[in-house]
Design a protein around this ligand. Structure first.
Ligand SMILES: [Zn+2]
Length: 483
């Protein structure tokens, strides 16, 4: 190489280095801009995880806490505010979930039962039939993002900014895993043809691609002394009765007295109930909801994440003999306690990855049964197998520690979440902001924004603000007559 060539080579190298540096700088600038946009999109780094344990009940939690079990729930109680949650009537899951999501009672949201018969099919139609806006509608366009996992009350996933995974999607995956889609199992076959895009919305997050972890369910259940099949005296009384009622209602609504074919939905429930793995099916349902939620929590980082777990209800119905006021002759009640320990472990998995910006709520739609089996079977009108007292725990930054709340209603969660994210509270909410769970320091700089309503029928919204004042609310004893 001549001296001139060397000089040219050097110049070329320097030019390339400079060009590379410019490209790098531009990339960096774009990256910073994009990540800032991500930060702007999500106005707050405050995160909330809401666990809804179906039929979660202090009568099961408290004895376990006394034994030193449920370490994660104990942690949340000791470091947060807790108490009973008052459900709305009728005491079924759907009306209460609709109230939890809307801050309004069934007289306003219009959901009064589990199912509706539409074109001859019994379906879950909470989302479709709600007459008021649920929280995911209220948050549209607010930059507060939200995910929902495990809602069996949806026949399809609402399209929102976050990720919705319906219970039907979970059922489909669990059915697939347990080979329910075989030729011999006609009742379940239709599930595999419902497209995932109807059962989920995943604008900002993925649904798991690998479901192999479900293979571990059997071992975990055996390790915890959990039966794979619900098969107790309680199962044998309540399951045929419930299926009979579903079929009767469907026949009545269809106006057909001698219908032999029932909707796929009822057939599906019957298939699970009669299989040898009715408990394992449910175990995997919750296990999958937990895995999907944990994945969304770690990767998607939405502001609010709702996780619905269903097993606490059915383990209660099948094993909580005290609640049915029947003697537990074969020592089977321990299984419902064991299942609560499993759920406590799930909560612990979130606690171990959560930072201080995450607030946890643990609540339930209603409590577990508190009536005699005779009343359940023969009383007219038929009473729901649930108590009106559920559980409520809130733990996180700005929330009082070791604080007992006495007047929480299932309708309070939505106003409280809106308040936490500085969104307006509507005058037509029946639920209230749970102001007394927050500490003074938290409320110093907070204002409550109010609007008349979020519903469309009314006049244009006018915002007004007021400073936060701690309201003292009287605790009133309930007129409800528990036996
Ligand atoms: Zn329920």
């Amino acid at each position: 190489m001549t001296k001139k060539n060397r000089t040219n080579f050097l110049k070329l190298t320097i030019t390339i280095i400079i060009l590379l540096a410019i490209v790098l700088l531009i990339s960096l600038a774009i990256y910073v801009a994009v990540s800032q946009e991500r930060r702007i999109n999500q106005t707050s780094n405050q995160r909330v995880v809401v666990f809804v344990l179906d039929a979660g009940d202090w009568r099961i939690v408290n004895p376990l806490l006394k034994e030193g079990k449920l370490k994660n729930i104990a942690y949340l109680i000791n470091n947060g505010a807790s108490g009973e949650s008052q459900s709305v009537y009728p005491l079924y899951t759907s009306p209460n979930m609709a109230s939890l999501f809307s801050g309004k009672p069934p007289s306003k949201h219009g959901i009064t039962s589990h199912f509706e018969v539409d074109d001859g099919e019994t379906i879950n139609a909470l989302f479709k039939n709600m007459q008021v806006k649920p929280i995911w509608e209220l948050l549209k366009g607010t930059n507060v993002t939200m995910d929902l996992v495990g809602w069996q009350e949806f026949d399809k996933a609402p399209k929102i900014d976050g990720t919705v995974v319906t219970g039907l999607y979970i059922i489909k995956k669990v059915a697939e895993h347990n080979n329910y889609f075989s030729e011999s199992n006609h009742n379940f076959n239709y599930f595999q043809y419902i497209p995932n895009f109807i059962l989920t919305s995943k604008n900002n997050g993925d649904i798991l691609s690998d479901y192999k972890f479900l293979d571990n369910s059997k071992d975990i259940m055996i390790k915890n002394n959990l039966s794979l099949k619900f098969d107790t005296l309680l199962t044998n009384i309540t399951v045929p009765y419930t299926l009979g009622r579903l079929k009767f209602n469907e026949k009545r609504k269809k106006g057909v007295i001698d219908a032999k074919k029932y909707s796929k939905f009822i057939d599906g429930i019957e298939t699970i109930a009669h299989s040898d793995i009715s408990a394992k099916f449910l175990f995997e349902y919750d296990m999958l909801s937990k895995e999907i939620s944990l994945d969304l929590y770690k990767r998607h980082k939405s502001n609010i994440l709702f996780i619905y777990l269903t097993g606490t209800d059915l383990y209660g119905h099948n094993y909580y003999f005290d609640g049915w006021q029947i003697e537990d002759k074969n020592n089977e009640q321990r299984q419902v306690y064991k299942y609560y320990e499993v759920i406590d472990g799930y909560i612990g998995e979130f606690l171990s990855v959560a930072d201080e910006n995450t607030t946890f709520f643990v609540t339930s739609d209603h409590g577990i049964q508190n009536l005699t089996i005779a009343k359940y079977l023969y009383a007219v009108p038929h009473p729901p197998a649930h108590s009106e007292k559920g559980i409520f725990i809130a733990t996180g930054k700005g929330i009082k520690k070791n604080f007992k709340i006495v007047n929480e209603s299932i309708m309070d969660l939505t106003p409280t979440l809106l308040y936490m994210y500085d969104q307006p509270i509507a005058d037509d909410f029946d639920g209230k902001i749970l102001l007394n769970i927050f500490d003074e320091k938290h409320m110093e700089n907070k204002t409550i924004k109010r609007i008349p309503t979020y519903e469309e029928k009314s006049q244009p919204m006018q915002e007004k603000s007021e400073p936060v004042q701690e309201v003292s609310i009287e605790y009133t004893d309930d007129a409800y007559d528990e036996e």
